[in-house]
Design a protein around this ligand. Sequence first.
Ligand code: MSP
Length: 522
Amino acid sequence: MSKRFYITTAIDYVNGAPHLGHAYEKVVTDVIARGRSSLGEETFFLTGLDEHGQKVQQAALAEHKDPQAYVDELAALWQDFAARLNLSNNDFVRTTQPRHKQVVGALLTKLHDQGDIYKAEYRGWYSWRQETFLTDKDRNPDGTWDPIYGEVKELVEQNWYFKMGRHQQWLIDHIESHPDFVYPDNRRNEVLGFLRKEQLADLCISRPRERLNWGIPMPFDPDYVNYVWFDALTNYITVPASLGDPAILGALPALAAAFEPKNPPASLWPADVHVIGKDILKFHAVYWPIMLHAAGIALPRQIVVHGWWQKNGSKISKATGNIVDPIAIIEEWGLDAFRFYVLRELDIGPDGNWTDAGFAARYTAELANGLGNLVNRSLSMLHRYRDGLVPAPAADLAGEAATAVEQVRSQLARHELQPSLQSIWTLITRANQYVDQTAPFKLAKEPEQAKRLDEVLYNLAEVCRVIAVLLWPFLPATACRIYRQLGLDNEPKIGTDAAWGGLKPGHKIGRPEALFPRKDLA
Ligand code: MSP
């Protein structure tokens, strides 16, 4: 039982429809997962939904629906969305699933039994919209509250607290001694800056049931439910636990009885990568490691933090209508065009800006005229001049292909997705140039050039094959289509298929068809 590369996305709030930000995070995670699988690692990719809390309770009420029925309906839409994005996820976790409630219950019980959870009075300014207490530091300079907080009222109540503060120095030491724990570096510095400057308070992890009942009950106090972030973060260990992972069941032995033994049990934990957006960094790089540490569970190896998308330079917002609907884009342009644009436009880390004109320009230049044209003319010429039969191997482009393979291998291992696409497109551009330089359409008119034409046609077909291998983590459907057009039917993987010379002489290729039809941009 060797440990699988385990990667997760944040779990999305189930209110409303998925938008560009959700789609982006899932595609990035899928590419990292597929990249590892392409390199030969066994992977496990988890995504899912965060279904408890005040907002869901209110939204269900507003539609006169039972909260469970309300989230069930929306969950179907979100699961369909994951499939539309061609995600390679192995499971889909929902925080209302019994398995998740069991894991949260076991974690809370253990921390309570150890004396890590206590009850105390809380008095504070509470934002209903954000489901969080605010401090005076959150006020505007004139003393008012920002409208993002909605209604803010003073609240006094008893609640359950998790002793988080006492682990502050331990966490600083951990982040300092694990330079890759938070990626990229500027986000790591942000966490360290916060931890060094501010005194970490204990974390309020409950809400009185009379105010919020749409949550997981506190196992030791029926008048309270668990407050959402503690519930949500725990999703990352729910699935390993439910699959019998000894790394979790060893720390939470009460769960061994809850889940049917699996043969063999999964080995997933610790997670290799949690992919998240910049707004939820503190929860993942401060709360989550401390929760795990207190429970005696190993820490995830890395938190990868991506930036936020805007559209036309302004915040994406349903209220102002400044939105990008990923489903509409996919329907109009195709899924892989969408995946390509978000990955090529934005590196993991900085913020990005969506423009429709930028999307169309990349589609035309890089997909239709770059990749699509190369594959289409290479395979069409092989049909026209050699009946679709692969000639004897030749290696004019072998060196450049090997360079691209080496670059993409190391870039994928470092989550450098945008640079990987640049490496692949350098090869595509070079191959298109090669067509222009060798002019196979002229060679075809000169019978004494037959051998040279064979060489050129081999180089072109084979470079298309290597490009498909490299593209698979990013544009899996396109990579498989190129493979099928080449008369090959497996899923191309870097670990096994990237070496030059994969196409054998005499092999019959399939029918070429346009990968990215040119659009009338008028
Ligand atoms: N439910 C919490 C996460 C719990 S994880 C244990 C949550 N949900 S969310 O639906 O609001 O956001 C889900 C993810 O989408 C987050 O990582 C967030 O950063 C990301 N994005 C939301 N809007 C975004 C953009 N405009 N651009 C890029 N990503 C964005 O937070």
